[in-house]
Design a binder for this molecule. Structure first.
Ligand code: ZN
Length: 134
């Protein structure tokens, strides 16, 4: 009888422990939509560091190192892109190239180009009329 009681008690304790553990599991609520991504990014950086270290101390072969590194870097690229997308970070605008200077005028006589319209060609001195009014 005592044995049965002990058994029941044990079962009760186990059940209690399990239920408590389940309930107390911290619910994962990301602080920001990218929190888990930043965590992943940090872990990838960490892995890369570890990998480099292991390679340096000779634990990894060159091929293994390169393969793992490439994999991690690809994952990192994906994570970074996802972070950018979620944060709505505007992609840095490519520097706007200065528009090519408007070819103001090209002398119809000598083909010399000038940035601004001229009445007379600076090269040959002939009048640069529109349509070549001679
Ligand atoms: Zn000219």
């Amino acid at each position: 009888m005592i044995l049965v009681f002990a058994l029941l008690l044990t079962i009760a304790v186990i059940a209690f422990t399990l239920s408590v553990r389940k309930r107390d599991l911290p619910r994962f609520e990301p602080l920001s939509p990218v929190a888990h991504l930043e965590e992943r990014r940090a872990r990838i950086y960490e892995n890369l560091r570890d990998l480099q270290f292991e390679y340096r101390v000779g634990k990894l072969s060159e091929a293994d190192y390169q393969q793992t590194k490439t994999g991690l870097q690809q994952e990192l690229v994906g994570v970074l892109a996802e972070i950018d997308r979620l944060q709505g970070t505007p992609q840095p605008e490519p520097p706007v190239a200065a528009p090519p200077p408007v070819s103001g005028t090209v002398c119809p006589h000598c083909n010399a180009g000038f940035p601004q319209p001229l009445k007379f060609c600076g090269e040959c001195g002939k009048p640069m009329g529109q349509g070549g009014a001679n």
